[in-house]
Design a protein. Structure first.
Length: 255
């Protein structure tokens, strides 16, 4: 294998390693950033959902709470919006509707006071759920919860749960990564192509000429073979040294 081939193989390996590593970290960072924005959106949505239902309670229109729930679920990628009742609330008002009871361990953790996010797969799609405990307070954003709910201050009344379908996020990330990969591939190919072309003209072609000159001198003892020094660099220094050595040999043979 020639020196040029070895260097080109090394350049290809470096290019593949660089490209794959860059794409991997770019995908990981973009996924983490997208999930962070989804989390903030779910927190805001859950808070607004509860505030809307809380306003209905204060105005005596709580019977229409499903209108708010339907509006939340009608938003893009929102697949679930529920307000769950904790034991402290069911003791006073009963279990409520079927969708107001905690059914999974995640939901039971929520009505126990855990504020959390959870990612899972459903029907082959990635989902993210957020659950936020509802805590009784005598001053919840200007509202006294204890007026309507005969419970202790800071007691958990329930939890708000909102679930987001991450499919569109994953699709956007995939498209972004694909575009970035194509762009980086083009840049990498052009960059390493220019580097390979430069090496060929500045190093390999000059080495080949130098090798052919030395072989010609070896085979024919032709010390008149011209050596042209065109660059002031390391290979130019080697060519100058060889030119001087050939001149010395020529003088030795003639003397």
């Amino acid at each position: 294998m020639s020196l040029a081939t070895k260097i080109n193989v090394a350049l290809v390996i470096i290019a593949i390693t660089f490209l794959s590593t860059t794409i991997f970290f770019f995908y990981d960072d973009e996924k983490a950033l997208a999930e962070h924005f989804v989390e903030r959106n779910l927190e805001s949505l859950a808070l607004n959902y509860f505030d809307s239902v809380n306003t209905m309670m204060l105005t005596g229109t709580i019977a229409n709470r499903k209108l708010i729930q339907d509006k939340i679920v009608s938003q893009d990628d929102i697949v679930e919006a529920r307000i769950l009742r904790a034991p402290a609330l069911t003791k006073i008002f009963g279990a409520g509707n079927d969708d107001q009871s905690a059914k999974s361990p995640f939901e039971r953790e929520g009505i126990a006071g855990t504020r959390a996010f959870k990612q899972f797969e459903q029907d082959g799609k990635r989902m993210m759920s957020f659950i936020m405990p509802i805590i009784a307070s005598d001053d919840y954003r200007g509202t006294n919860c204890l007026t309507c709910h005969q419970v202790k201050n800071d007691e958990i009344l329930g939890a708000v749960k909102v679930t987001y379908d991450l499919s569109s996020v994953d699709q956007d990330i995939t498209e972004s990564i694909t575009h970035a990969t194509i762009l980086q591939l083009i840049i990498t190919v052009i960059s390493f192509g220019l580097l390979s072309y430069t090496l060929k003209n500045l190093v390999f072609n000059r080495l080949i000429k130098l090798r052919n000159t030395i072989k010609d001198v070896e085979e024919n003892l032709d010390f008149n073979k011209p050596i042209h020094v065109t660059h002031n660099d390391e290979l130019g220094d080697v060519s100058s040294a060889l030119k001087g050595m050939m001149a010395t040999f020529k003088e030795s043979f003639l003397s």
